[in-house]
Every structure is written in structure tokens, then in C-alpha cells.
Design a protein around this ligand. Structure first.
Ligand SMILES: Nc1nc2c(ncn2[C@@H]2O[C@H](COP(=O)(O)OP(=O)(O)OP(=O)(O)O)[C@@H](O)[C@H]2O)c(=O)[nH]1
Ligand SMILES: [Mg+2]
Length: 338
């Protein structure tokens, strides 16, 4: 299961500086030899894959990248200074497309790789290059060529780090919508979500992770009840699960029973998936009755050494704390596998 982070940027390279058509000035010589230097090359805009980055977030904010132009040449054989290049840092794995034609231009798969997004113009040659034995005083010099400019689309494929599991209607999609720019369908009935949805959840300090919302599970999903359980394969590559529970009015359900039912279904699908670190959450915490009963259920879960967090996708209560715990699990996992 993956998620495509994408953005559009414009890149404008610097123009090359013009060459100069100056002449040497010497006392008593009306016109000395040609002395106009070359213009400097314009700077290029270069995309560089950086190991520290994991999203295209910087490019969501800054969309225009311009490199410096080359300085013109001048008299006394002076060459113009080359324009400075502009580096655009992107995460490894970024693919670069021409926005107009859709053509794939580059693929920065590995950190350190570079792609010239817009080539700087070439500086024009000054008249010092144009003198010949028969043409001693050339008054022509070249103009610099313009820098390239174009619109690019950047695309980055991200894998889901976190999976949301639970009964239908517990508020999984609401939680994803509250935490990311994803806009999954939300409805007050079971099985609103039919296909997995992904969103990028941002945390302070430039941290982020991809969260996957999948359909709800019910008892017997492994035998095909409800939407079955095959969609859980989309959580194969996740590192943490958020198990969302609610206080439901349905007969035969309560958070602890629901918890065991879903755990059982997860194990039947895949013992490896069931073994992932899991954060257990009681949702809809904005409802007074839920907030009041949280202590009671929390007590019950703690008897099984499980911490029961209280959150609400509607009011946002508890989300910050929850995502810090998610982040700690992701970081611990990264440390283990590095
Ligand atoms: N009060 C309150 N209602 C919520 C909250 N989260 C979800 N709901 C409501 O619960 C219902 C189900 O929400 P969804 O987000 O669609 O639930 P889901 O778990 O994605 O459901 P499925 O896709 O069917 O599995 C909707 O009517 C939501 O408005 C919450 O934090 N507080
Ligand atoms: Mg849903």
C-alpha cells in the first residue's frame, strides 16, 4: 500500500551574461585591440536527493526556484562571474516529470544523486575571441543564452507506516481526516470505507508518517464475514498499528470484547501483522459518556498490561500524545532495523 506525495514546482535557471565588445585604451592610441571579456554562465537549478528528507513538504510551501544569472563581461579582458546555482533538496525516491508533457525526466533513487532541472545559460564570448589577422578591431561580441525554465511535477511514493484497525463505524476514517489532508468518506453506518485510504500525518519538527485507514473488521472476517480480511494485506509493511475501539450501543459488544475479537481476526490473517507494536485507543472521547467511562475501561485493560488511550477525531483530544507514541514506536523500529 503506498501513498503518492506530489507537487508542482517551477524552475528558472540564470541567463548567461553577455560578452563585452570593449577595446583597449592606451594613451595616444585612438583604438587599441579588442579587450571585451566573456559573460559568465548562468546558474542551474539542481535537484539533489537528500537522505534526511522523507516528504516533499518543503516544495509544498516553496514552489519557485530561481538561479543567479551570469554577469556580463567587461573591458580590460574581464570575464563576468558565473551565476550561483540553486540546489533543491528532495527525498531519495523522488521522480521528476515534465508538467506539460508528463514525460519522466529523472529518478533520484539514491541519496546524493543530482538532476539538472534547469540548465543555466551560456555566457557570450567577448570580442577578444573575434580578432583575426585581417580583422583586428572586431566590435562584435556574443550575447549570453537564456537559462532554461520549466514546470516540473515531483512525485514520491511513500509506504504506510501506521495502520488503523478496528470494528466498522468506530471512527477510523474520521481520525485519518482529522490528522491529514486525506478526505476519506465518513458515515454513520458500518463499512463506509471500502478501499484503503492513506494520509500523511505531520508532527512538530518536520516529522511525519503515513497512516492507512482500511475497512472495518468484524467477528468471522477471516471466514469472509463483512468485507473479509484480505484488505489487511495493505498493512503488511506498516510498523505500528492503532487499534481503535468505541463504546458501541450494539448488543454483545464492549471495548474489551471488541478488542479480543479484532486481535483474534488479526492473528488469523497473519501472526506477523498481529505481532506489530500496537496502540490501543478508545475513540469518540468528545462524547461525555465516553470520557466518563474511560477510567473504568482503562482499569480493565490495565489488568492485561494494556494502556487504553482516550482520543477524539472530532475534538482532537489526545491526538498529539497518541502520535508522539506512534513516533516513538517508529523510531524504535528504525533503530532495530538499521
Ligand atoms: N462524536 C464523535 N463521533 C465520531 C468520532 N469519530 C467518528 N465519529 C462518527 O462515527 C461515525 C463513523 O465514523 P467513520 O470515521 O466513518 O468510522 P470508520 O471506522 O471509518 O467506519 P467504517 O469505514 O465503516 O469502518 C460517523 O458518524 C462519525 O461522524 C468522534 O471522535 N466523535
Ligand atoms: Mg471508514
Amino acid at each position: 500500500m503506498h501513498f503518492i506525495d506530489e507537487c508542482k514546482i517551477s524552475v528558472v535557471a540564470g541567463d548567461g551574461g553577455d560578452g563585452s565588445a570593449a577595446f583597449r585604451r592606451e594613451a595616444f592610441v585612438p583604438r587599441g585591440g579588442p579587450a571585451g571579456g566573456d559573460g559568465g554562465d548562468g546558474g542551474s537549478v539542481i535537484l539533489v536527493a537528500d537522505a534526511q528528507l522523507s516528504t516533499l513538504e518543503d516544495q509544498q510551501y516553496r514552489k519557485h526556484y530561481v538561479a543567479e544569472r551570469g554577469e556580463p563581461g567587461s573591458g580590460a579582458d574581464k570575464y563576468g562571474k558565473a551565476g550561483r546555482e540553486t540546489l533543491v533538496l528532495v527525498p531519495a525516491g523522488t521522480r521528476i516529470f515534465d508538467h506539460e508533457t508528463g514525460a519522466l525526466l529523472g529518478d533520484l533513487a539514491v541519496a546524493g544523486e543530482r538532476f539538472i532541472a534547469a540548465q543555466g545559460g551560456t555566457g557570450g564570448r567577448g570580442n577578444i575571441h573575434f580578432a583575426t589577422s585581417t580583422y583586428q578591431s572586431p566590435d562584435k561580441a556574443e550575447t549570453g543564452t537564456p537559462g532554461e525554465r520549466r514546470m516540473l511535477r515531483l512525485e514520491l511514493v511513500l509506504l504506510a507506516d501506521v495502520g488503523l484497525v478496528g470494528y466498522p463505524n468506530v471512527g477510523k476514517s474520521t481520525l485519518l481526516a482529522a490528522s491529514s489532508r486525506a478526505r476519506p468518506k465518513i458515515g454513520n453506518y458500518p463499512f463506509t470505507t471500502l478501499t484503503p485510504q492513506l494520509g500523511l500525518v505531520g508532527l512538530p519538527g518536520g516529522r511525519s508518517f503515513v497512516m492507512a485507514d482500511v475497512p472495518g473488521l468484524i467477528e468471522g472476517a477471516s471466514e469472509g464475514a463483512g468485507l473479509g480480511h484480505r484488505f489487511l494485506r495493505h498493512l503488511d509493511r506498516t510498523r505500528v498499528l492503532i487499534h481503535l475501539l468505541e463504546i458501541s450501543g450494539e448488543p454483545g459488544r464492549d471495548p474489551w470484547r471488541d478488542y479480543q475479537t479484532i486481535r483474534n481476526e488479526l492473528t488469523r490473517f497473519s501472526p506477523q501483522l498481529a505481532a506489530r507494536p500496537e496502540l490501543v485507543v478508545l475513540g469518540k472521547g468528545d462524547v461525555t459518556e465516553v470520557a466518563e467511562q474511560h477510567r473504568h475501561f482503562s482499569q480493565q485493560f490495565s489488568e492485561h498490561q494494556i494502556e487504553l488511550h482516550l482520543i477524539s477525531g472530532v475534538s482532537g483530544v489526545g491526538l498529539r500524545e497518541l502520535y508522539e507514541k506512534v513516533w516513538a514506536e517508529i523510531a524504535a523500529h528504525d533503530k532495530l532495523t538499521r
